[in-house]
Design a protein around this ligand. Structure first.
Ligand SMILES: [Zn+2]
Length: 172
């Protein structure tokens, strides 16, 4: 991890922070954190799927432990459901953009990198790199603008998927 989750700086409630596992820039707040109390919380990254929980270090009674587990299970379910919802939205958005796009002939980014377009498309000058799972299902898109700024669709599934550009011509 690049930085610890600042559990104790966050008030009870829901927050968005930069993921300690996959977050490279502070402005990329892919991790949702729910603080139940200053000793209990759960963090879940919508991008890489990392789930971290924080619990009180002191001994809990059986009752407390059960209550805690119930709350954590409920939160996990909520986070998972929210993640699935975001992934579904991103997949739908990816499909629409992919349909509206055209095969790319040349693009400043590809020229700069000296690679050939391979199964990529372009929409409004933005290069679209498909993010697919091993069955070839489109889950998300990586977009690359003319200046080379790369982004993934918000909330789109990336884990277990592949995306690549500039594979050598001749391979598939
Ligand atoms: Zn992450």
């Amino acid at each position: 991890m690049t930085h610890p989750i600042p559990w104790h700086e966050l008030e009870p409630g829901d927050h968005r922070i930069c993921c300690p596992a996959c977050g490279t820039k502070p402005r990329k707040k892919d991790m949702g954190v729910t603080i139940l109390s200053h000793d209990h919380g759960i963090a879940h990254c919508f991008k890489c799927g990392l789930i971290v929980s924080k619990r009180d270090e002191r001994e809990l009674s059986d009752t407390e432990r059960k209550a805690y587990k119930r709350r954590m299970d409920a939160l996990r379910k909520q986070h998972d459901a929210e993640q699935r919802e975001r992934q579904a939205q991103a997949a739908a958005e990816a499909g629409l953009r992919w349909l509206a796009s055209a095969p790319v002939l040349d693009h400043p980014y590809l020229t700069a990198k000296g690679v050939k377009a391979h199964g990529l498309r372009v929409l409004d000058g933005v290069l679209l790199v498909p993010v697919r799972d091993s069955n070839g299902v489109l889950h998300s898109l990586q977009t690359i603008d003319r200046s080379g700024d790369k982004r993934f669709l918000f909330g789109g599934r990336v884990k277990g998927c592949y995306h690549s550009i500039g594979r050598p011509s001749g391979s598939s």
